[in-house]
Ligand binder design. Structure first.
Ligand code: SF4
Ligand code: SF4
Length: 172
């Protein structure tokens, strides 16, 4: 592990996989302001969603070079209560491969203790990574949020993610 300041370099994947509401830019489509070789053409005036995006690979020295988004084909967006893994739709299920799967499972276990959900978004499907399993919630409507509930099962109590509609209140 080094203290080097990471830079995007040849990576530009966030300009593809993130949705940018201010620009009506859909998720998983290249931003019209992105130019191969030149990068963002409106960098000084890029909207808040671009400015506020926290790329986990850039800021977490524990994530090795294999986690660079241009290498792993996943962009990790570190939100306050959720780690969102945006998967490049051009690649099939990279999060299921090692070393990524084991790390995501570990992050899930660590996150559960701090009420942080690890969520993979792949071809717009929302898949919650839990320490012991994955739960595919499918498409989630704009404005909805994902909450965790403690439910009783034949095997005992376990955490279960649930989609909460916009305005709905309840456990989180
Ligand atoms: S995904 Fe991260 S490393 Fe890649 S261009 Fe965006 S901010 Fe930079
Ligand atoms: S505005 Fe710039 S930084 Fe934001 S998604 Fe488009 S190209 Fe990327």
């Amino acid at each position: 592990m080094t203290n080097e300041v990471r830079q995007c370099g040849d990576c530009s994947l966030c300009c593809k996989v993130l949705g940018i509401p201010e620009l009506d830019k859909p998720k998983d489509a290249w931003c019209p302001n992105f130019s191969a070789g030149a990068g963002c053409r409106i960098y000084q005036d890029r909207p808040p969603s671009c400015r506020e995006f926290a790329c986990r690979w850039l800021t977490d020295p524990m994530m090795g070079p294999e986690w660079k988004p241009s290498v792993c084909k996943m962009v990790l967006d570190a939100k306050p209560r959720m780690l969102v893994v945006h998967v490049d739709p051009a690649v099939s299920r990279p999060w299921r491969a090692e070393p990524y799967y084991s790390v995501l499972k570990r992050l899930s276990a660590q996150g559960m203790a701090r009420s942080i959900i690890v969520l993979v978004i792949e071809k717009r499907r929302n898949i919650v990574i839990l320490p012991d399993r994955e739960v595919d919630l499918g498409l989630v409507a704009a404005g909805a949020r994902i909450a965790m509930e403690r439910v009783m099962t034949p095997q005992g109590p376990q955490w279960q993610p649930r989609v909460m509609a916009a305005g709905e209140t309840g456990s989180s």
